[in-house]
Design a protein around this ligand. Structure first.
Ligand SMILES: Cc1cc2nc3c(=O)[nH]c(=O)nc-3n(C[C@H](O)[C@H](O)[C@H](O)COP(=O)(O)OP(=O)(O)OC[C@H]3O[C@@H](n4cnc5c(N)ncnc54)[C@H](O)[C@@H]3O)c2cc1C
Length: 424
């Protein structure tokens, strides 16, 4: 492989934001290269939710039926159990969309799906095992990236670099973009527990005894999240696994007979929650999107949705100019500002809601000791009592603020000659 590559657009990071943008740019004929530091998409759990708004975008791209051929579960409602009382709080079946449910599909399957379609465009390239380590600069703009690959260091020169490398973005750090930390007083432990015959099949959460526990029914297993105070993992480790089993059983008695399936701390993954946002998402030659621009809390499970929406907005705003070889790199700068202007509002509102839930609901709750009485908050009572109201949280979670749509429904690049991903 040559140690220099030239492309119109280089995307650092093959997560939901990077793969979706890669697909969208490729389908309108733009030469695009996605660099992903891992060799595949099969990694730790990072969210399994494909929201109604993303499914709508798949429909607009003509890919919905193919996506729904892949194994998935459907969540039509969200339920929460507060101090033993079961409440339905969101009802996606009330949404007027192509799909009025959340598709629960492992993120790696969704990314595989995007990759499988992107590689049908000859101008799409995916380089895996390629870790971006720094930026190249020339003529007072970012002009590319440096990446470590199995074949050594590679320089990729591009008219536009996209930082889609997630919450620990190297790109945004190397660019010196200022980050505003919005604070996250919680961490989350993720784990899988087995499903047994007779289990309910609902996806929901449990609030009890100073604990908050989320259960996603994934067909053959439960994907579970347990909220702990920030930095609380050391104390949990010190108390030992048996004490942890007892904590889980107290909040989710359903699992009393199978918590031992968690055989060691390796089966329990820590997500150190971060909520932050770049003051400015771009520099000449560079744009950050997704978690790299605004790291999301897992509350509401909306991070993937926002990342995808950012990608769609970026493609809508940038495609025409990127597809025109007469448009020089410098001329793209005002468009980068436009992408931020378009997506800042949804990111800001969504993060504000997440921070409010963290600080006003979760922190007081997980501070309560086991015997303190827990009353059902009045908004939850209202939602449970008036089913029509459940459309509001369904809209907030399933669609979100200012949903994007594919403006250019006509793919321009041919898909006759499937290209292979450049992967090791
Ligand atoms: C444990 C966990 C559970 C979550 N649950 C949910 C959920 O249920 N629903 C939901 O919507 N959101 C959830 N989220 C949040 C969601 O995962 C993110 O908001 C979303 O994935 C952001 O997408 P992204 O493409 O911006 O970044 P990421 O998904 O983080 O993707 C970034 C990609 O860049 C790659 N990368 C990183 N650095 C480099 C580099 N230097 N060079 C090349 N490649 C690089 C990474 O390997 C990764 O593939 C969860 C997050 C975590 C951690």
């Amino acid at each position: 492989m040559p140690n220099e590559i030239h492309t119109r657009c280089c995307i650092a990071g093959g997560g939901p934001a990077g793969m979706m943008l890669g697909l969208l740019l490729a389908r309108v004929g733009i030469d695009v290269l996605v660099l992903e530091k891992h060799g595949d998409f099969l990694r730790d759990f990072r969210g399994d939710t494909v929201h109604p708004s993303t499914l709508e975008l798949m429909h607009e791209l003509g890919l919905l039926q193919a996506l729904l051929q892949r194994p998935h579960d459907k969540a039509f409602q969200l339920t929460i159990s507060v101090a033993g009382q079961d409440l339905t709080i969101a009802d996606f079946s009330r949404l007027r969309m192509q799909c009025n449910f959340i598709a629960l599909m492992p993120q790696w399957d969704f990314l595989d799906f995007l990759r499988d379609h992107a590689v049908t465009y000859p101008n799409f390239r995916l380089l895996q095992n390629a870790e971006v380590t720094g930026l190249l600069e020339s003529d007072e703009r970012i002009s590319g990236v440096r990446a470590n690959t199995d074949d050594g260091t590679l320089k990729i020169y591009a008219d536009l670099v996209i930082g889609a490398d997630g919450r620990h973005s190297i790109v945004r750090k190397a660019a010196g973009l200022a980050v505003r930390d919005l604070g996250a007083p919680i961490d989350v432990l993720w784990m899988r527990l087995p499903v047994t015959a007779g289990d309910p099949s609902t996806t929901g959460a449990r609030l009890d005894a100073g604990k908050f526990f989320v259960m996603l029914h994934r067909g053959s297993y439960w994907q579970c999240a347990y909220v702990i105070p920030k930095g609380g993992i050391d104390a949990i480790h010190a108390r030992g696994l048996n004490a942890f089993y007892a904590e889980l059983t107290a909040v989710a008695p359903l699992f009393a007979d199978r918590v031992q399936a968690l055989q060691s701390w390796d089966d329990i993954k820590l997500l150190s929650v971060t909520v932050d946002r770049l003051e400015r998402w771009w520099k000449p030659g560079l744009l950050c999107i997704g978690d790299a621009a605004h790291a999301m809390s897992p509350i509401g499970g909306v991070g993937i949705n926002l990342a995808i929406q950012d990608a769609v907005a970026a493609a809508n705003i940038l495609s025409k100019s990127l597809a025109n070889p007469q448009v020089r790199a410098e001329a793209l700068t005002p468009l980068l500002q436009q992408v931020q202007s378009r997506r800042l509002f949804p990111a800001r509102i969504t993060q504000a809601i997440q921070v409010a839930i963290q600080n006003r609901v979760l922190v007081p709750l997980i501070g309560k000791q086991g015997k303190q009485a827990l009353t059902v908050p009045w908004p939850l009572k209202l939602l449970n009592r008036w089913p029509a109201l459940r459309k509001l949280p369904a809209y907030a979670v399933g669609i979100g603020v200012q949903p994007e749509h594919i403006l250019d429904r006509q793919a321009h690049a041919g898909s006759q000659a499937p290209a292979q991903p450049i992967s090791k």
